[in-house]
Design a protein around this ligand. Structure first.
Ligand SMILES: NC(=O)C1=CN([C@@H]2O[C@H](COP(=O)(O)OP(=O)(O)OC[C@H]3O[C@@H](n4cnc5c(N)ncnc54)[C@H](O)[C@@H]3O)[C@@H](O)[C@H]2O)C=CC1
Ligand SMILES: NCC(=O)COP(=O)(O)O
Length: 345
């Protein structure tokens, strides 16, 4: 019996004063190279931005079930939430409710199975914080949303920045650098390593993913003389992961971990803090990088960049990272359903 068609991807509008709406429109214009997606949010925002930028993008208002059929001829939009009124490049608190409504609805749809995966456009963290958004970013918000439906242990969301050249995971994310050594514990690294290994298998299709742990200190601590955390925390976590059958190695000095020959030896780097691994990832592949959230019961990807207020509304936004995020979301959803079909009940 033929398999039923998988639903399309759902895309949020993101911060209206940023480049998100422009990227959605430009991605649709390149639709011949992309999987079907629909936007959830304010259709007037998209229509205004298309007109301002001279982008010929017809919009069609429709429910998710009709989006795939409409996609070849118009950008499907599921209207949701209040008007998003902030002007390009001029963020203000008035748009936070619209951003939140788009995000909430998109998560509802992906959790209900009406969308195959969630793709988010960038939001402005400071705007959301000022409006009372109690999460550091999407990643933590999505973990909380998934936890509402979890019957057992609460899911922990893990951020990965992925490109064909390099995949990296920061073990700690949006925290002050000063707090990092205290937050990096054996338990944190164990949990992170397990989530990464599981998702690399079931969603990326790697049978035996190779995880490289970066050291926290210069030269991974130089045998304890440049800091004790690498021997006391990273090394024992790696040993325990290996004992669980996960291909883990480290701690490895971070400064020599990202050149081409080193990258051939692993599939993912798990770094100790945000900039340690996001700098090499975004330097190597800024426009092709994708932010993927691992550890959730659903798939979420996003461009690896932010709202780009400095160019919003000018027409200069490059949609490549959003397009890579849409393609990767489709690939992960398809790989996951194949691996579910192959797993005996
Ligand atoms: N997933 C998310 O929601 C994310 C949100 N942000 C938010 O974005 C806001 C701005 O952050 P920034 O640090 O300025 O980073 P950014 O990524 O928005 O901008 C950095 C530089 O890259 C350029 N750039 C970014 N995307 C581009 C694109 N598609 N095409 C061409 N050039 C592009 C910008 O013009 C700017 O010069 C902040 O509020 C931050 O919190 C940042 C990262 C991810
Ligand atoms: N630096 C990456 C970033 O800020 C993405 O955060 P999130 O909104 O995806 O959690």
């Amino acid at each position: 019996m033929p398999r039923p068609a998988s639903p399309p991807l759902v895309l949020t509008t993101g911060e209206p004063a940023g480049v998100g709406p422009e990227l959605a429109l430009k991605a649709w214009l390149a639709r011949a190279t992309l999987p079907a997606f629909f936007v959830v949010g304010d259709p007037v925002l998209l229509a205004d931005r298309a007109q301002r930028l001279g982008l010929d993008v017809p919009l069609v208002s429709c429910p998710p079930a009709q989006a795939a059929a409409q996609f070849p001829t118009a950008l499907p939009v599921m209207p949701m939430g209040p008007r998003a009124t902030a002007a390009p490049g001029q963020p203000d608190a008035s748009s936070a409710d619209a951003v939140r409504a788009s995000l909430d609805a998109a998560v509802d749809l992906v959790q209900a199975g009406a969308a195959a995966a969630l793709v988010t456009n960038p939001l402005a963290k400071s705007v959301m914080y000022a409006a009372g958004f109690p999460f550091p970013g999407h990643t933590e918000y999505l973990a909380a949303r998934a936890a509402e439906r979890a019957s057992g242990a609460e899911p922990r969301a893990v951020m990965m920045i992925w490109s064909p050249l390099l995949a990296v995971v920061p073990a700690t994310i949006h925290v002050p650098l000063r707090q990092v050594p205290d937050l990096v514990t054996v338990d944190l690294l164990l949990e992170t390593g397990r989530i990464v290994a599981t998702d690399m298998r079931r969603r990326f299709g790697l049978d035996a993913p190779r995880l490289a742990f970066a050291g926290l200190n210069p030269h991974a601590g130089e045998s304890g003389t440049l800091g004790t955390e690498d021997e006391a925390v990273v090394h024992p976590a790696v040993v325990r992961l290996c004992a669980e059958g996960i291909d883990a190695r480290g701690p490895l000095p971070a400064d020599t971990l990202f050149h081409p020959e080193a990258r051939a030896d692993y599939d993912v780097v798990i770094g100790m803090y945000h900039d340690q691994v996001l700098i090499p990832a975004k330097t190597l592949a800024f426009h092709d990088g994708v932010n993927v959230t691992l550890g959730l019961p659903f798939i979420r990807t996003s461009p690896d960049h932010g709202t780009a207020f400095d160019i919003a509304g000018t027409g200069r936004a490059n949609p490549a990272s959003l397009m890579a995020a849409l393609r990767l979301a489709r690939r992960l959803a398809d790989t996951q359903s194949l691996s579910r079909e192959a797993t005996p009940a």
